[in-house]
Design a protein around this ligand. Structure first.
Ligand SMILES: Cc1cc2nc3c(=O)[nH]c(=O)nc-3n(C[C@H](O)[C@H](O)[C@H](O)COP(=O)(O)OP(=O)(O)OC[C@H]3O[C@@H](n4cnc5c(N)ncnc54)[C@H](O)[C@@H]3O)c2cc1C
Ligand SMILES: *[C@@H]1O[C@H](CO)[C@@H](O)[C@H](O)[C@H]1NC(C)=O
Ligand SMILES: *[C@@H]1O[C@H](CO)[C@@H](O)[C@H](O)[C@H]1NC(C)=O
Ligand SMILES: *[C@@H]1O[C@H](CO)[C@@H](O)[C@H](O)[C@H]1NC(C)=O
Length: 506
């Protein structure tokens, strides 16, 4: 009797557990009524757009057509610059050892990584070096203690605790859970503490956690300036992301980070459409004998062959919607899409092949100057954010003899006077200008991820933090969100207590 009951129960269970569309009667409600999308349009072929194409392919299968529009170079803010015949990362450079999507791409695409050398760092006030590392680990530790008490050690633990929570995203995403806003995503990782970070400056957030103002001004602020061209007034979440940019074990992709983008495009079997998207228009057509109205989007773009348009069921916008970056008009979209006024930070990357002016940093003997990074405090004299010795993206073990190639970040182009102050001598100078990342000024209100029924804004995530991995995380989120919304799987969106629930699930 008992055996019969359990056998029947098992059978029933098996029947109920049939995946939708997998046969039986179960396929009607959720998925069966919805046709798969025929075409998906992705605007932008940076790491966001190309990884979106990759994840969209994974979710929607091989039959959907995916077109990726790009007005410039594949890679976007991942780009290299030629300095005396070698190529250097001019945009997004460092990848953290715990950036799991980027790691996965490298493996999946058969690319290689190159480690970013851990050099010695100095912190410059605009007048003098207020702190500098030395090659001897114990001595560094004692010096940090002497200058800043336990601040440095505590910061490491503090950062690690936040990073630990952040890592939850990979588990949620591997279980296919999606979030409808950037705030909901952040909340699922670290609750109201994480959300609060968007409304506080890094300075406030660290003061509340008990860090000294001296430590924040002399160490934290220069790291913020190096990574985001802004001081500790940036929000307390992106601030922590910036801190992780000084962790050990950082890496880049050999041959250039942008190789991930071309690799992802190829792996996704998406079609690259060179051209500038001018507008997206909401449209409706009648379909089938029943005459049901089907909504779609018409994308108008300028390409080598002139003005063209194409229709899509789903649109992913994978570029900042900033009038100077992507001036895309939206027509017949209700409710209408708000204008996004968030300013982007102008950053100039300059490569200088030369001998640094060691005396500027208090060294009489240039051969004693062994720092490979100089980060600057907020000071009118500090007209640059940072100076770092860099290696080319290829043949990294073949350094220039004697002098180095330095990479400077600054708000404006470095003048000849500034260059001759910073360098005792130099030959090559190359620069690249960016609208690099958002200007952060908490409290932050993130732009929507869902712009319309089936139109998504991947770069909403940049209000939380702008980084390659953040774009990849947002790309996967948008692919999952687009999928669940297409097939009405509302139970996969914005679920509460995921962390607790997934603890017991395997
Ligand atoms: C100087 C600098 C240093 C950085 N350092 C780091 C770092 O060390 N580590 C890190 O993780 N991140 C870093 N970042 C940030 C990182 O590079 C970005 O967050 C990331 O590359 C953004 O990728 P994305 O695909 O979202 O956007 P983008 O790379 O900007 O891609 C958007 C693409 O859309 C295209 N596009 C725009 N409008 C249209 C249109 N109308 N039609 C067609 N195409 C259009 C653009 O040409 C572009 O290629 C840095 C950024 C800069 C600028
Ligand atoms: C943060 O500030 C925004 C904008 O002022 C506000 O809408 C939001 O509720 C605030 N969030 C928290 C967690 O305080
Ligand atoms: C180097 O820095 C010093 C200031 O310490 C400055 O006087 C000098 O002009 C700079 N340039 C060179 C080439 O030495
Ligand atoms: C790197 O070095 C190899 C051989 O050592 C050479 O063939 C190749 O051209 C170099 N690449 C670049 C970009 O300099």
């Amino acid at each position: 009797m008992a055996a019969w009951v359990s056998a029947a129960a098992a059978f029933l269970l098996l029947f109920l557990l049939q995946p939708p569309g997998g046969g039986g009667l179960s396929s009607s409600a959720s998925q069966g009524l919805r046709r798969p999308p025929a075409k998906i349009g992705v605007i932008g072929a940076g790491i966001g757009g190309t990884s979106a194409a990759y994840f969209l392919r994974q979710k929607f299968g091989r039959d959907v057509q995916i077109d990726v529009f790009e007005k410039g170079e594949v890679g976007g803010r991942l780009a290299t610059l030629n300095v005396e015949g070698k190529y250097y990362e001019a945009g997004g450079t460092i990848i953290h050892p715990l950036n799991l999507h980027m790691k996965h791409f490298v493996k999946e695409l058969g690319l290689s990584v190159s480690a970013i050398q851990d050099g010695l760092r100095g912190f410059y006030s605009g007048e003098e070096l207020v702190f500098e590392e030395s090659g001897w680990y114990i001595w560094n530790f004692l010096k940090l203690l002497w200058h800043y008490g336990l601040n440095a050690l505590r910061m490491y633990l503090w950062e690690e605790e936040i990073l630990d929570k952040f890592m939850r995203i990979y588990r949620y995403q591997s279980h296919d859970y999606a979030f409808s806003t950037s705030e909901a995503l952040l909340h699922a990782l670290g609750g109201s503490d994480f959300l609060q970070r968007l409304n506080q400056t890094m300075d406030e957030s660290m003061q509340r956690a008990g860090f000294s103002q001296k430590f924040i001004n002399e160490i934290v602020t220069p790291v913020m300036r190096y990574n985001y061209g802004q001081g500790a007034s940036i929000n307390g979440f992106v601030g922590v992301v910036a801190l992780t940019g000084t962790d050990p074990g950082l890496w880049s992709i050999e041959g250039g980070n942008k190789r991930a983008c071309s690799g992802l495009l190829e792996a996704s079997k998406a079609q690259l459409t060179p051209g500038t998207v001018l507008s997206v228009e909401g449209k409706t057509r009648q379909e089938g004998r029943s005459g049901g109205a089907v909504k779609f989007y018409e994308v108008m773009y300028n390409s080598a062959t002139g003005l063209t348009s194409d229709s899509y069921d789903i649109i992913v916008i994978a570029t900042p919607l900033h009038p100077k970056i992507a001036n895309i008009a939206f027509h017949n979209i209700k409710p209408s899409i708000p204008g996004f006024s968030r300013p982007y930070e102008p950053i100039v990357t300059t490569f200088i092949h030369g001998q640094i002016n060691a005396s500027l940093f208090g060294y009489k003997d240039p051969s004693q100057f062994t720092l490979s990074d100089v980060f600057t405090m907020e000071n009118p004299n500090a007209f640059f954010y940072s100076l770092s010795v860099v290696s080319p993206v290829q043949n990294t073990t073949d350094p220039f003899l004697g002098s180095h190639v330095w990479k400077a970040f600054s708000a404006e182009s470095l003048t000849k006077e500034q260059l001759t102050l910073l360098f005792a001598s130099y030959d090559a100078v190359e620069e690249k200008k960016w609208l690099a990342y958002p200007h952060y000024s908490p409290p932050e209100k993130c732009p929507p991820v869902i712009l319309h029924d089936h139109m998504y804004y991947l770069n909403s995530i940049e209000c939380v933090a702008s980084a390659m991995e953040m774009s990849a995380i947002s790309a996967k989120n948008v692919a999952l969100l687009a999928y669940h919304r297409w097939y009405n799987k509302v139970d996969m969106i914005d679920q509460e207590d995921l962390h607790e629930r997934l603890k017991t699930e395997l």
